[in-house]
Design a binder for this molecule. Sequence first.
Ligand SMILES: Cc1ncc(COP(=O)(O)O)c(C=O)c1O
Ligand SMILES: C[C@@H](O)[C@H](N)C(=O)O
Length: 368
Amino acid sequence: MVTRTVDLRSDTVTKPCEAMRAAMANAEVDDNVLGNDPSALRLETEMARITGKEAALFVPSGTMGNLISVLVHCDVRGSEVILGDNSHIHIYENGGIATIGGVHPRTVKNNEDGTMDIDVIEAKIRDPRGQLVYPTTRLICLENSHANTGGRCLSVEYTDQVGELAKKHGLKLHIDGARIFNASVALGVPVHRLVQAADSVSICLSKGLGAPVGSVIVGSESFISKAKILRKALGGGMRQVGILCSAALFAVQNNVAKLENDHKNAKTLAVGLNEINGLKVNVSTVETNIIYVDLEESSNLTAEKLYKNLQQHGVVVMLEGPYSIRIVIHHQISETDVQYTLSCFKVIKLFACKSCPSLSVRTQGFMI
Ligand SMILES: Cc1ncc(COP(=O)(O)O)c(C=O)c1O
Ligand SMILES: C[C@@H](O)[C@H](N)C(=O)O
């Protein structure tokens, strides 16, 4: 019988706490399309202050935040954006910048630390003399922290260097800052300093910060006024949105302080998992709240088999590949949950070692 549920699929699974629900229930609201919802205004003012940007705009999702940002910067047909080949915008947003925005993506390999080599970025910037045949580079996108490389943090020095490169070539810089607060806490650098070089940032409040819905994009007054029009065009204009913005403001004011503990729990779990024979975790790269676990040949386990066994114990993870899973820690995962999760892995590993030859045979890396 499952004694507890530990949801490690993502930090997007965070649910509003009672105090956040109370803030939602008592939110001051108005029509945010015809005018300004007062709670939305309060959130946007606070987010502009925190990030050191002129203005901010609440949007329904991080995907829409990135899409709007790219489309505002790349508002001329034939525009091209340079972004990571392992970035969220390139992999998990349905190719929206191209399919909806007509913007051409030009990828640069993401390094294991989430960065892209600056000389390679520069080499990928189109030569204006070739504009008869080339798209025109208008934007560079970074992602901080970088989800697919395991929540790795881009340093402020690196970000500033990319910003200088963008300026040198007359380009804009957007940061997918879905987890910028995680990076800020892990690096000990204030958000406003971490994003100083960026012309726009999209920040998720619905992840580790625990709001039920929403992101905020920040930038110049001019950028945000164009973004507001695009948000409406994309169907993101919302009416009494203060109910959501009050939750988001509560999250920003109360949950940033919890991120450090998330990172500590992630590190504890990563160390413990790496000590289990047959499991491999690159502990030194666990900088924030994301852990990738690889199953070694000796584990006699496939990711799917492990996933199902964990699920039977009430532990839910994300499948990443035939022999890898992803775990994301958030403020609703306690230290006891971490220890319970570790004990479940150990029990499953034990049975896997004692079991008859594994049901899954590794052939050409595919699970059969
Ligand atoms: C790095 C990153 N950027 C953007 C997003 C998109 O956010 P949303 O799910 O709110 O569209 C996510 C995940 O959800 C993410 O992990
Ligand atoms: C899967 C991805 O879209 C989501 N942002 C997550 O990290 O869970």
